[in-house]
Every structure is written in structure tokens, then in C-alpha cells.
Design a protein around this ligand. Structure first.
Ligand SMILES: [Zn+2]
Length: 246
């Protein structure tokens, strides 16, 4: 069904050249350069992409030690039986919740771009999302619907969910997450348009009682045709409608 798989991949890599990495005044092009990088989703290096098992173990150890301090700081006794293994478990959980820092979007999409004459709207809806809000490091969760209008290229369907996974397993704000998913698809296959709608419940709102308990936050990003043409937008919004999940 799909042809020229290799050509499509090569042409993408050829087309999207890595932006030059700016070097700061200390000559450091490592972590700081990440913050100053060119604004291209596909050129982004994941923060923990080069983690070895050794570095990962060190991370877990450091986070565990800090969780022990946190337990003490909230007035608990980290040496009581139920809490003995909590710092390590919590550290492993946190590393898992942020595993989106281990992968770049280029790795996810590079072997899954296919030449296809399809011009019809592609909609992947109701993708589960679990993320951590970067203001409180408390979960927010919900559903995502993604739609795009192909321009001679399509993305392997499972890759849409993978893109969502990579961006959501990082510290996030819902608005940025929405935009990043749309921009990643736009850059990867250069479609005529991309639309993303996310609906989430934020535990930092629900548990702190600051807002209505059941309030959900909806964000959307519309690029290309979806931004310009109300008909395409409406078609996506009816096809991609997110069913109540809570
Ligand atoms: Zn929050």
C-alpha cells in the first residue's frame, strides 16, 4: 500500500536540516543551548536522550534522597514501615511520568512518513493523555483529538499517539502541549492543515478546590487550512468530538 518509504524518510531528513546550535558566552552548547534553541520541534533534543543506565540510576538515587527530605519536611517519619520504600518508588514513578524527556520527536516520526495520494481528512480521536502540570507537578489528564489534511504524505497512525505521548510525559502546560503536537505534525509531513483539541481535568484545580471540581480545560490549535477555512474546522470539530470521560 505504501511506497517509497525510504525516499519519504530521506527527503524529510534532507528537507529539515538541523538548525545551528547557538553557543553561549561560556562556550557551552549543552543544556543552556536547549533553552535557546531554534524554534523547530523536529530539531529539539530530548533532555534525557543520552541517559545511560548508570545516569538513570543516579537520577533515581538523587530523587529518592530528596523525597526522603520531603517526607520529613511534611512532618512524616520516613523510617516507619509503610514509608520505607516510598522515596525510591516515588522517584521511579516520577522518572516514568517524565519519560518524554528520553525521546525526540524526530526519532518517533522518522520511519513512519509515507507518500500517499490521500487528500481526505485524517482524524485520530480520543487519545488518552496523562501529564504533569509544570506549576504544581500534579497530574492533569484527559483526551486529545488530532486531525490533518494530507499533502501527499501521511503519518503512520500509531505515531500520532506516540507524538502525544512524548510531549505529554514531560512537565507541561496544556496550551503548550496542544501547540507542540500540532507543530510536530505540521513539520513532519507538511500537511495542508493540522487541528488539535485537548480536553483535560487538572488535579491542581480539583484537589485544591480553587475552581469547580468538575471543570475541564479545553484548548485547541489550528494550523493552515483549519485556521483559514471554517468548513474544514467544523468538519474536524464534529469528527473529532471528545466524548465525556469523567
Ligand atoms: Zn497546576
Amino acid at each position: 500500500m505504501y511506497s517509497n518509504e525510504d525516499d519519504a524518510t530521506n527527503s524529510m531528513i534532507h528537507l529539515i536540516k538541523p538548525a545551528p546550535v547557538p553557543i553561549n558566552e561560556n562556550g557551552d552548547n549543552g543544556r543552556n543551548a536547549y533553552a535557546n534553541r531554534q524554534n523547530s520541534v523536529l530539531d529539539e533534543n530530548a533532555l534525557r536522550k543520552d541517559d545511560t543506565t548508570f545516569i538513570r540510576d543516579q537520577r533515581i538515587q538523587t530523587i529518592s534522597q530528596n523525597y526522603e527530605v520531603i517526607l520529613e519536611s511534611i512532618g512524616e517519619d520516613p523510617s516507619r514501615q509503610g514509608l520505607l520504600k516510598t522515596p525510591k518508588r516515588a522517584a521511579e514513578a516520577l522518572v516514568f511520568f517524565t519519560k518524554g524527556y528520553e525521546q525526540s520527536i524526530r526519532d518517533v516520526v522518522s520511519d513512519a512518513i509515507f507518500d500517499e495520494e490521500c487528500e481526505n481528512m485524517v482524524v485520530v480521536k480520543g487519545i488518552d493523555i496523562y501529564s504533569l502540570c509544570e506549576h504544581h507537578m500534579v497530574p492533569f489528564f484527559g483526551k486529545v483529538s488530532v486531525g490533518y489534511l494530507p499533502n501527499k504524505r501521511v503519518l503512520g497512525l500509531s505515531k500520532v499517539a506516540r507524538i502525544v505521548e512524548v510531549f505529554s510525559r514531560r512537565l507541561q502546560v496544556q496550551e503548550r502541549l496542544t501547540r507542540q503536537i500540532a507543530e510536530a505534525i505540521a513539520e513532519a509531513i507538511q500537511p495542508r492543515g493540522v487541528a488539535v483539541v485537548i480536553e483535560c481535568i487538572h488535579m491542581c484545580m480539583v484537589m485544591r478546590g480553587a475552581e469547580k471540581v468538575n471543570s475541564r480545560t479545553t484548548t485547541s490549535a489550528m494550523l493552515g487550512v483549519f485556521r483559514e477555512d471554517p468548513k474544514s474546522r467544523e468538519e474536524f470539530l464534529s469528527l473529532g468530538r471528545i466524548a465525556p470521560f469523567y
